[in-house]
Design a protein around this ligand. Structure first.
Ligand SMILES: Nc1ncnc2c1ncn2[C@@H]1O[C@H](COP(=O)(O)OP(=O)(O)OP(=O)(O)O)[C@@H](O)[C@H]1O
Ligand SMILES: [Mg+2]
Length: 457
């Protein structure tokens, strides 16, 4: 049901209009003046505004300007006194959808309202469609097939334009830096620097001077003044990676920098204003570091205004194969044809637990690409560790063994046996015609012969 805000300072007219439109099934909110309308608009949203022009202290034209600016998607119909054509023209120029002259004819008014509401819903739909399409192509470097990764992308879109601090939590290799970069890339700061620093990589005094800078002679070796990363990132984004490793002393200074938006160089006396958006990432849970006493609770609250949690890869299986092809495309470039992943390779990739997450998948596929033949990625070119881990985790019970006793067969062996059985059935069906079989199985005759002998392991 369309929501309409009706603004009219003559109580009689307002009441008639309200009743009339409610009678047509619209959800109508009456406002007895432009100023009241502005108050209401701050709290509620509407599809359509119908407003008288002549009112005080806020008149209809002012209200129209306000709405066009603050709610450009809202339709506006102005009501002008009979004969004031100039006013109507002005209103249209200012972006009103239409106008009606008072005293209005009921049919004419209702028709105008109906058209405005219909037009508006089409516009709204288009806006949404465009946003959805844009959303899909927007993060083209982020694979997000799983529901949880899609939620992460939605969050990125939502928080990117603001200056809020975001804390990104995820196990090693889950894509924390990728998410941080995407937030920067879709923010108003994108033209300025994205400056990452790993808080675990430097000893305390170096980290402090990296972040805040130092003045000449601040410590042995400080031969000159040095700008800190807060200044380097000015107007841009500072990404504090592995924030959980930040020493307590620096945490206090960081908190001050966040609160005061100013910093002081090591050994310096002057404070400098800084304009930096802060993103932080951690693979540890900061809550448990707070319990241990190695992380300041106040800083945690300051940082985690918006928390983004990236699930481990094994918990979002829908991402694994699309991610694998995404990585292959990156490895091979767009010119070369992508290698195919054998079905058993796909199975292994989906079943493996990926403790090193996406980075481990990248490494595994790089390894596989190095050894791949005939543009196929087969089980034997995957890192053996991964294949073995899956074999161990999914050992098959030996039907002939004692109850509860497992005889683990190699996955390769198992799959080869399955394959051999299938090939035997195909050949039986085709009365042993190997040429035909190879053709139907879409493999070369040589491959078919290779697959027919007993598996060697
Ligand atoms: N959803 C994704 N889509 C595409 N590539 C991804 C995705 N997630 C991670 N990657 C890739 O995986 C690699 C590791 O990601 P990244 O460096 O962002 O992880 P991280 O969480 O910061 O890891 P670490 O904890 O080790 O610092 C990068 O090459 C990144 O591009
Ligand atoms: Mg990282």
């Amino acid at each position: 049901m369309a929501r309409i805000l009706v603004v009219e300072d003559e109580p009689g007219v307002l009441s008639v209009l309200t009743k009339l439109l409610r009678g047509e099934g619209y959800d109508v909110t009456p406002a007895p003046g432009g100023d009241k309308a502005q108050d209401i608009l701050k709290k509620e949203t509407f599809d359509l505004l119908i407003s008288d022009v002549r009112m005080s202290p806020v008149d209809g034209m002012e209200l129209l300007k306000y709405v066009r600016q603050a709610y450009p998607q809202m339709g506006v119909i102005m009501m002008t006194a009979y004969g004031s054509v100039q006013m109507a023209v002005d209103a249209m120029k200012q972006g009103a959808f239409d106008y009606v002259t008072k005293p209005f004819k009921v049919d004419e008014l209702l028709l105008t309202v109906q058209r405005a509401v219909e037009y508006n819903s089409i516009v709204a739909e288009n806006v949404q469609l465009k946003a959805e399409l844009a959303g899909r192509s927007r993060f083209e470097n982020i694979v997000a097939e799983s529901a949880s990764m899609r939620a992460v992308c939605e969050m990125i879109e939502k928080v990117a334009p603001s200056d809020t601090t975001v804390l990104i939590r995820g196990d090693s290799g889950t894509g924390k830096e990728l998410v941080a970069k995407a937030i920067h890339a879709y923010s108003n700061r994108k033209a300025k620097a994205f400056v990452p620093i790993n808080c675990a990589a430097l000893p305390e005094h170096l980290l402090e001077s990296e972040l805040f800078g130092h003045v000449k002679g601040a410590f042995t070796g400080a031969a000159g003044d040095k700008e800190g990363l807060f200044e380097v990132a000015s107007g841009g984004t500072l990404f504090l990676d592995e924030i959980g490793s930040m020493p307590l002393g620096i945490q206090g200074k960081l908190l001050r920098a966040l609160q005061e938006k100013e910093i002081r160089a090591v050994g310096g006396t002057k404070t400098v204003k800084v304009d930096v958006r802060l993103l932080a990432a951690s693979n540890e849970r900061l809550e448990s570091l707070i319990e241990k006493g190695t992380f300041r609770e106040d800083l945690y609250y300051r940082l985690s205004v918006i928390p983004i949690e990236i699930a481990p890869l094994r918990e979002r299986k829908d991402d694994i194969l699309p991610m694998a092809y995404h990585i292959l495309r990156r490895e091979y470039g767009t010119s070369k044809q992508l290698p195919e992943l054998d079905p058993e390779v796909q199975l292994v990739l989906e079943r493996y637990s990926w403790p090193g997450n996406v980075r481990e998948l990248e490494n595994a596929l790089r390894h596989a690409c190095t050894f791949a033949r005939e543009n196929r990625i087969t089980l034997d070119v995957l890192p053996a560790k991964i294949v073995q881990a899956v074999e161990m985790g999914h050992g098959m019970a030996d039907p002939g063994g004692a109850p509860g006793e497992f005889k683990i067969q190699s996955l390769k062996g198992y799959l080869r046996n399955e394959e051999k059985e299938y090939l035997a059935r195909v050949l039986e069906h085709l009365h042993g015609d190997k040429d035909k079989a190879a053709q139907l199985l879409k493999v070369s005759l040589a491959t078919l012969y290779r697959k027919l002998p007993e598996p060697t392991d």
